[in-house]
Structures are given as C-alpha cells and as structure tokens.
Design a protein around this ligand. Structure first.
Ligand code: DGL
Length: 266
C-alpha cells in the first residue's frame, strides 16, 4: 500500500526549510506542502497561548489541503503547542526525536540551544530527563541567531562573536552533546561545531524528526509509491512576504524556482 498525499510541514517562516531539506534527502519520493507563517514570525518570543492558537490554525489549514500528516518544523511550536493540538491527521513535533537522538549520543552532559520560548518551556529538558534522569542539562537561549541567519551571515565575524558569547557557558560546562533546538540553527552547524570543538556532537532535530517520520510512514504503509523524486510535487505557502521567502528558500534548498503561494490563515 502507498499514500501519495503530501506531507504538511509548517514553521513560523523559512526555518522549517531545514526539515524540508532533510525530507528531500531521506524521502525524495514524498510531496511536501509547506506553510511558512511569515506574517506572524517570530514565534520564539511570543506567549505559549499565542503560539498554540497560531499552530492550531496552521494545522487546520494544512489538513484542509489534504495532507496525510503534519510535521511541526518549528521547535517553539513543538515545545508549547504539540500537546494541545486537535486534528484528525497524525502530527510529528521535533522535540521528542531530537531529545531521543541526544540521549542516545551523550555521555551525560547535554547543551540545548533554542529560542527564548523553547528554553522557557523546558520542553527539551523534560524530554531528556524522561529518557535519562541522570543527565546534566545546560540550556542557552540564542535570540540573535535567527535574524543573523536570515540575513545570510552564516560565516561572519559578527555571528562568530555572538556565537562565542552564547556558547561560552556550554563550553565551560564541558557538554559533550549540543541540541540545535531551533529550525534555523542547523545552518550554523559548521560554526557551532568549530567553536564547541571536535569532541562535541551536534544534534540536528530536523534530521531526527524526518527519521522518525520515515519509520512511522513505513510502519503504517503510508509512504508515497514512487521510486524517485520525479513524482514528488513540492508547494510552498506563505502568509506574507513572498519574495523574501523565495530568496531565502533559494539559499536553504539550493532551489530558486519554488512554487509559491500567498495564503491567509486566520
Ligand atoms: N522556527 C522557530 C523555532 O524553531 C524560530 C523562529 C521564530 O522565532 O519564529 O523555534
């Protein structure tokens, strides 16, 4: 059996394209319907109530377009909204797969980098402690990373100085594993890896959630039938600012010609 309906993916903006990139690598035959809620970005500084409301609308929008399931690519939304969402389609969040991957890799000292809301929610901390009570967990909010990444300053002296400051407490704590707990941060993985040193392992939650998704779709016989990406149809919806999204998506995915639609999600 197979299921050719698209996989819905939403994020507050462009950051969830790191999940789409991971999806294209692992499941190239799957079609993706992406929603970037660019009109209401950022989620990472908003209250949990507001992020829950936006997330519910996003899931309803994707379900109304006939997706077979929804991946919440946004760490903030996964952290504060996943448990409260009401929908008929299956939903995957990034926190549990990312935490499991970190718990499997670590020797006991885990650092978490994320937005302020994700850190305040302690979602990664709770997920990690439920897997292993003995873990030492060190959390660091990095609010300046998202605008620097969206500016395209991935290998820049300013970004390096900011990263050094954010990472200093994790270096001092001698963590052995760092969770990149925000959709954008995998784009800084080379810089973060360099600053943390070669003995520290980085966990990309985007890759972790796609691994989980692939296993679940296979188990439930809901993978798309095609052998290759030739049958995959990827479509991108944004709630504002299409041209900016197209530019950044070109950089994230190496694909300047994406199919883009402006939508209202109320
Ligand atoms: N997508 C958000 C996250 O992963 C980062 C951007 C935002 O603050 O909306 O937490």
């Amino acid at each position: 059996m197979s299921d050719s309906r698209p996989i819905g993916v939403f994020d507050s903006g462009v950051g969830g394209l790191t999940v789409v990139a991971a999806l294209r690598r692992r499941l190239p035959q799957e079609s993706v319907l992406y929603l970037g809620d660019t009109a209401r970005l950022p989620y990472g500084t908003k209250s949990p109530e507001t992020v829950r409301r936006y997330s519910q609308r996003n899931v309803e929008f994707l379900a109304s377009r006939g997706v077979k399931g929804v991946v919440i690519a946004c760490n903030t939304a996964s952290a504060v909204a996943l448990d409260s969402l009401v929908e008929e389609v299956p939903i995957w969040g990034v926190i549990a797969p990312g935490a499991e991957c970190a718990a499997n890799l670590t020797h006991g000292r885990v650092g978490i980098l994320a937005t302020e809301s994700t850190i305040t929610s302690d979602a990664y901390g709770r997920a990690l402690r439920s897997l292993d009570k003995g873990l030492e967990i060190f959390s660091q909010a990095c609010p300046l990373f998202v605008p620097l990444i969206e500016e395209g300053w991935l290998e820049d002296a300013v970004t390096e100085a900011v990263a050094q400051r954010y990472l200093a407490p994790l270096v001092a704590a001698q963590v052995d594993t760092v969770v990149l707990g925000c959709t954008h941060y995998p784009l800084l993985a080379p810089l973060i890896g360099r600053l943390m040193g070669p003995r520290v392992q980085l966990v990309d939650s985007a890759v972790a959630v796609v691994d989980r998704l692939a296993e679940d779709l296979e188990r439930s016989q809901k993978l798309a039938g095609g052998e290759s990406d030739s049958s995959a149809d990827n479509h991108y919806c944004v709630t504002d600012g299409g041209e900016r999204f197209r530019r950044i998506a070109g950089e994230f995915l190496g694909d300047p010609g994406i199919s883009l639609e402006w939508v209202e999600v109320l």
